[in-house]
Design a protein around this ligand. Structure first.
Ligand code: HEC
Length: 171
């Protein structure tokens, strides 16, 4: 065998060995990764089976006349799906819950609570206008006051109390 040939065989063998070692490592890693999803006790797990069944279920279910189609009934969304936000008890509580975000720091052009200069001309419009603007929303020269500060679920009277509170603090 020539010197060149034996060199080739050595290098070839080395590379082959490295590739086999890599393959064994990859096999080990795959086993370790798959252990949590592919092992027998996982595949027999109830939740897992249900999830697989849901994934492979046909996208359409067909009601058959005369058959029991109760499984097709559309489930009413649970009443608690969107838990209602708590309703503040009074003006100050409303202010903290719904108005402070903007009127505390004076965000987005909102007149700051306690800033008599910013509130003076607004108060001069009369409370009826302030109520109206707070309840129905208002776009002025400074920005946008969203209807009820974004809490359209709240009663008008409560919003009025919130306005009274802010106005009282800003005279
Ligand atoms: C998203 C921010 C934001 C929230 C939340 C918000 N406001 Fe405002 N509010 C504004 C802005 C901005 C203005 C000023 C608009 C302008 O004059 O350009 C304003 C103006 C007002 C005015 C004066 C209206 C006028 O005629 O000058 C009142 C009263 C008021 N808000 C009440 C409230 C009350 C009560 C709440 C809570 C229920 C509230 N705001 C929550 C942004 C907000």
């Amino acid at each position: 065998m020539s010197k060149q040939d034996s060199h080739f065989i050595n290098v070839f063998g080395l590379i082959l060995g490295i590739l086999i070692a890599v393959a064994i490592v990859i096999f080990g890693v795959a086993r370790a990764v798959g252990h949590s999803t592919q092992s027998k006790h996982v595949q027999e797990e109830d939740l897992y089976v249900k999830a697989v069944e849901a994934r492979v279920a046909p996208p359409v279910r067909i009601a058959v006349a005369g058959a029991d189609n109760s499984a097709l009934a559309i489930e009413a969304p649970a009443a608690s799906a969107a838990p209602a936000m708590p309703v503040p008890a009074d003006g100050p509580a409303l202010y903290d819950a719904a108005c402070h975000t903007c009127h505390g720091p004076g965000l987005a052009g909102a007149p700051k609570i306690g800033d008599a200069a910013a509130w003076g001309p607004r108060i001069a419009q009369g409370t009826a206008t302030l109520y109206k603007h707070a309840i129905e929303g208002f776009t002025g020269q400074h920005g946008v006051m969203p209807p009820k500060g974004g809490r359209s679920d709240l009663p008008d009277d409560l919003i009025k109390q919130g306005v009274d509170y802010m106005v009282g603090k800003s005279r």
